[in-house]
Design a protein around this ligand. Structure first.
Ligand code: ADP
Ligand code: TRP
Length: 338
């Protein structure tokens, strides 16, 4: 992970917030299929070609999270999910945002160059303002902390969902402004790369989210997984009738997890008639279960005892801190606080 000047590899970075109510690991924990297919899996694919840093954004979660035990457990839960889904901690840094306190130093520098008007135009802030009237200042400053997360580690590409693009643009603006004010090369300006990640629909057809009651938990027991899949909305076309797969929720989800041959085969059977949505759901379940079962086993093993996760997170933070210190030293010198 060393970045000798001029010859460094490109870096990808992303954060996942450990939010949500406490769900025990045996019941599947906090991570859902949308998180996996829309964030974790694409980021792990990117990690094959980039130096990568993936962190648990626990201080971002604090903008809404009020239950310390849930925050503690969800943090380990998200870390366990990344590891169980295949993150290799030797190659890819995984750590807690809060373990690298340099991020707050950089955040302050950024807060001193960004206009409040720009933060007032933030979608997330405006939504929170409509809901609460006077949201907490953490929500107002959320994008500044996120910009610091990104720039602290010299990130080039940042895979995020569509809802985070505005934050990324702000991070680019801030980084560009810092370089303009304090000298080119003070910080790396991130590229706004949204991974070509899908938006995963939930069982009701809306975006899958833990806030909508439509999520399929990633690591719940097989029986519960089947039950959640059987709840996916489908029309009541009779079993014998031919059915159009494209646009049907079950098939949309199947496409995200099945091979091309499997997709073609299911599409043909649906179009031929005599193959019902219930059959399609069963096949989706079996395909998913086949992929998830080994990951679930690893996840449960990691969640049984916190020692290994805590050790991996601390080792990741140690390596992340080394990168962070280099950036902070550069920034301090550039602004005149050295
Ligand atoms: P939730 O909406 O359930 O609260 P989060 O906002 O915590 O999920 O999302 C964590 C990560 O997973 C983010 O990178 C987000 O873009 C991604 N993600 C969440 N839901 C989906 C979905 N339905 N489809 C694709 N990606 C998703
Ligand atoms: N705001 C992101 C989300 O809600 C999480 C996040 C925090 C993040 N810091 C980041 C994502 C830095 C990418 C880069 O999903």
């Amino acid at each position: 992970m060393s970045h000798p000047a001029g010859s460094r590899r490109q870096t990808s970075l992303t954060g996942i917030k450990p939010t949500g109510e406490l769900i025990s690991p045996e019941d599947g924990g906090t991570v859902h299929l949308g998180n996996y297919l829309g964030a974790i899996r694409p980021a792990l694919e990117l990690a094959q070609n980039y130096d990568s840093l993936y962190f648990i954004a626990d201080y971002h979660a604090l903008t809404t999270q009020r239950d310390p035990e849930a925050l503690r457990q969800n943090t380990r839960d998200v870390a366990a999910a990344w590891l169980a889904c295949g993150l290799d901690p030797e190659r890819t840094l995984i750590f807690r945002q809060s373990h690298v306190s340099e991020v707050f130093e950089l955040m302050w520098v950024f807060a001193c160059v960004v206009a409040t008007g720009q933060l007032e135009r933030g979608h997330a802030y405006k939504d929170a303002q409509q809901r609460d009237g006077s949201p907490n200042a953490g929500i107002f400053n959320y994008p500044v902390l996120m910009a610091a997360d990104i720039v602290l580690y010299d990130a080039d590409v940042v895979p995020v969902g569509a809802d985070q693009i505005q934050h990324l643009e702000l991070a680019r603006d801030i980084a560009t402004r810092v370089n303009h004010l304090f000298g080119d090369g003070t910080v790396v300006v991130p590229r706004a790369v949204a991974a070509n990640a899908p938006t995963v629909p939930g069982t009701d057809g809306r975006k899958m989210s833990k806030n909508y009651g439509n999520a399929i938990p990633l690591f719940c027991p097989a029986k519960q997984l089947r039950k959640a899949i059987m709840k996916i909305q489908a029309d009541s076309t009779p079993l014998e009738a031919p059915k159009e797969p494209e646009g049907a929720l079950v098939y949309d989800l199947f496409k995200l997890v099945a091979s091309e041959a499997e997709q073609r085969s299911m599409a043909e059977r649906l179009r031929a008639g005599g193959f019902g949505w219930g059959h399609a759901k069963q096949e989706l379940y079996e395909t998913l279960e086949h992929q998830i079962a080994p990951m679930r086993e690893r996840y449960l093993e990691l969640r049984r005892d916190d020692t290994e996760i805590d050790r991996i997170l601390e080792a990741g933070a140690e390596r992340a801190r080394a990168i962070a210190r280099r950036t902070i030293t550069r920034v301090r010198t550039a602004v005149g606080i050295d």
